[in-house]
Design a binder for this molecule. Structure first.
Ligand SMILES: *Cc1c(COP(=O)(O)O)cnc(C)c1O
Length: 452
């Protein structure tokens, strides 16, 4: 044991210089986003009123496998990257599994999650194009915190709509955003038409990412020199997150092993794509046999029980129609504590990959996720974000299968964030106040037919 390495790091020079654009290597490319009124495919120019131009081009880029990371962004990555690749000896011992478990620790970023990898890129491109204000939505507050910091780094003003249930459950994330200088509003709010419309019908609505997205887009469209930014779902966000898997690839080489299974929790797919795509490149190009498992909450099961179809990315229907696995854009998920996983759909790249059988999905109940999180905290000394607990639960399930079969599989999972600002959720779990949510097939079917 004493000569074994616990954590693997890269030097600053070894931090990747390019992001990986998996779209270029996919045989079946994601179908294009459609204008909801005309049903015509959108070009990058159509996205310019909402997103920075370079981000719009990255979104629809299906030809370049590698996109250079601007020096300004890479210099900011050095504040916390490389993040450690960790061999989870403690968790292996606690489980008594022959599996070799590794995790990529994205919780060491200044804001405590992977979200900063894309926030820095998005804020940088906005600044370079002369934009002065950016808006966004946030669930648990992880994305809002990342964007608030990135905006400050590049000298932009940030306005954040935070899902009301999270605004109330996670007050410190609001403080973090405000500390970094952002303006934070609970969503639904009375400041937008989208918010007013929903509050008129459901005065006590606790909010959802879909509603908050509608509010942020509305503000961006109505404010000069302002653009909208998004922390997940979109292809350019997954692109920026591939820094995770590209580093992990180099770090796995240092261990002398290669992952058989790669696991990440799944909200819209950015941390999953971030760790999986650079490895999946070898599956697409060389036929490498690796399993890729997305762990989603049982209360919001778009991958395991949703339908592949064109749907809106937001509740009010402001976004283009996207080809994705969805529960219907009007789906109102239960108030689980993994706020970052309460989204009705999945990114278009991941949706196509799931459809084509390149990846799998598994759903995890709320209590199972927190049990896994507590076990991990005790074994590895890191309290995981409630979202990340889903990846840990799926990892434990894989490791327990290895225990039954005696297989020494190599499992790599992404620890997308820490849970130190989510202790009210842990409190409730420890007090026995959390429940599982059962979603009936009828409920899912009814919601999907309303969305069609
Ligand atoms: C936002 C978030 C997620 C879910 O978003 P993805 O785009 O699916 O990665 C997962 N974990 C943490 C810690 C988050 O903040």
């Amino acid at each position: 044991m004493s000569n074994q390495t616990k954590r693997f790091f890269l030097s600053e020079e070894e931090i990747p210089h390019y992001w990986y654009n998996i779209q270029a290597d996919m045989k079946n490319k994601p179908m294009p986003p459609l204008n909801p009124a005309t049903k015509q495919p959108l070009s990058p120019e159509d996205l310019f009123p909402i997103f920075a131009q370079e981000l719009s081009r990255q979104e629809l880029n299906q030809t370049d496998s590698w996109i250079e990371i601007p020096d300004e962004v890479r210099d900011m990555y050095k504040y916390y990257r490389s993040t450690p690749l960790v061999r989870a000896y403690g968790l292996e011992r606690a489980l008594g599994t022959p599996a070799h478990i590794y995790f990529k620790n994205e919780s060491v970023s200044p804001v405590g999650s992977h979200k900063l990898n894309s926030a820095l890129a998005q804020a940088y491109y906005c600044k370079r194009e002369g934009i002065t204000n950016i808006t966004t939505e946030t669930g648990a507050g992880q994305w809002g915190a990342a964007l608030a910091y990135a905006a400050k780094v590049f000298g932009l003003e940030a306005a954040v709509y935070q899902v009301k249930i999270s605004y109330e459950q996670k007050p410190y994330r609001r403080s973090i955003m405000q500390t970094f200088g952002a303006q934070v509003t609970a969503s639904p709010s009375m400041s937008t038409r989208a918010g007013k419309d929903i509050l008129t019908v459901h005065p006590n609505y606790q909010g959802s990412l879909g509603t908050a997205i509608s509010e942020a887009i509305e503000l961006a469209i109505n404010t000069p020199n302002c653009r909208y930014t998004l922390g997940s779902v979109l292809s350019h966000v997954a692109l920026h997150q591939t820094i995770i898997g590209l580093e992990a690839e180099k770090q796995m080489a240092m261990t002398g092993e290669y992952p058989d299974v790669i696991i990440a929790c799944f909200g819209g797919g950015s941390n999953f794509g971030g760790i999986a795509f650079p490895f999946m490149r070898h599956t697409l190009l060389d036929g490498k046999k690796t399993r890729y498992v997305a762990a989603e909450p049982a209360s919001c099961p778009k991958l395991t029980r949703g339908k592949f179809m064109y749907d809106f990315g937001d509740e009010a229907g402001y976004t283009p129609l996207l080809p994705m696995f969805t529960l219907g854009h009007n789906f109102a998920p239960a108030n689980i504590h993994a706020g970052g996983l309460r989204y009705h759909g999945a990114g278009v790249i991941v949706s196509q990959l799931l459809k084509d059988g390149y990846m799998e999905a598994t759903d995890i109940q709320q209590l199972e996720s927190f049990e896994a999180g507590c076990l991990f905290a005790q074994a590895e000394g890191i309290i995981p974000a409630p979202e990340s607990c889903h990846a840990i639960a799926a990892t434990i399930n894989e490791a327990n299968k290895c225990k039954e079969t005696g297989e020494e599989k190599v499992i790599l999972f992404n620890l997308s964030g820490h849970g130190l600002i989510d202790m009210t959720s842990y409190d409730k779990f420890l007090a026995g106040d959390l429940v599982n949510y059962q979603l009936s097939d009828e409920e899912i079917a009814r919601n999907l037919s309303e969305a069609e």
